[in-house]
Design a protein around this ligand. Structure first.
Ligand SMILES: C[S@@+](CC[C@H](N)C(=O)[O-])C[C@H]1O[C@@H](n2cnc3c(N)ncnc32)[C@H](O)[C@@H]1O
Length: 256
């Protein structure tokens, strides 16, 4: 399955930046949420002292670029399973102390050297996000920050309405459930905040949305079930708004 995910993102890498408006918008809102919650006043060190940053599932490096332009950066590591995505990010991020790594974030735990761990619209590709989040939290240093965004399982309700019942249940990959995300509050070792945002994207036909998924490299099915999409072709051209339901999450590991 990981090989398929890698291949799909490798294919989408060249067109990713052109079609990733949603991901860019989510990245912008995640950064705003972070800066509002951890203001300069109360967290002077993160703004004043140079940061060591790691981006998990960095894609073409767009979100790292945003972080770099907002904070003082000491060193950066960009990690992605797709070598083609890493190639694109190399063209974009030219800082001195940057390291690129083609690697599966489900297997990467050397997080203690970073004081800011970020991930925008990527961790839902983990085969076990619950386990991954627990591992990240237990491996990060006290006092360090971990910020991430993921689409949650309320996404695409408008599109799901167009699908026959038998297809609807396993048409999309299962996104992280909101409960799983809320349960992070129970972890006493962290300070956790989360916020839900809705992003709507207009399409003139459902097929256009599916074609766009291919351009982003995200058209891979984790459960392996393929469907005959002929019924979609029969739907008349009629604009519809696809709804992304996104969870923005901020974690600061408590000092002991
Ligand atoms: C939707 S893109 C988001 C890219 C970028 N963070 C952004 O904001 O545009 C998801 C990225 O996660 C990467 N990815 C998926 N599964 C991964 C894994 N197990 N380990 C590392 N990267 C992974 C993909 O290759 C892809 O580049």
């Amino acid at each position: 399955m990981k090989r398929k995910i890698k291949q799909s993102f490798d294919l989408g890498a060249v067109t990713y930046d052109k079609f990733s408006e949603v991901q860019k918008e989510v990245g912008r809102l995640l950064l705003d949420f972070f800066k509002k919650n951890f203001s300069k006043k109360k967290n002077y060190n993160i703004y004043k002292d140079p940061i060591s940053l790691v981006d998990l599932g960095c894609g073409t490096g767009e979100f790292s670029k945003k972080i770099i332009s907002n904070f003082l950066i000491d060193k950066i590591k960009l990690i992605d399973i797709s070598s083609e995505m890493i190639k694109c990010s190399k063209g974009k991020i030219k800082e001195k102390k940057v390291e690129f790594l083609v690697c599966d974030f489900d297997k990467y735990f050397e997080l203690a050297e970073f004081n800011l761990i970020v991930s925008n619209m990527a961790l839902h590709w983990s085969l076990n996000i619950n386990k991954l989040l627990k591992n990240i939290i237990s491996n990060m240093n006290a006092g360090s920050f971990f910020i991430f965004s993921v689409p949650n399982n309320n996404s695409f309700s408008n599109f799901k309405k167009l699908l026959p019942k038998d297809i609807m249940n396993n048409f999309f990959n299962v996104f992280p459930g909101e409960n799983m995300i809320f349960n992070l509050r129970k972890n006493k070792n962290i300070n956790f905040s989360t916020k839900k945002i809705k992003i709507f994207r207009k399409y003139f036909h459902p097929i256009h949305f599916l074609k766009e998924l291919r351009k982003l490299g995200v058209n891979i099915k984790i459960n392996n079930k393929q469907h005959n999409l002929f019924f979609l072709k029969k739907i008349d051209n009629k604009e519809f708004f696809l709804d992304y339901d996104i969870s923005l999450c901020l974690i600061k590991k408590n000092e002991t």
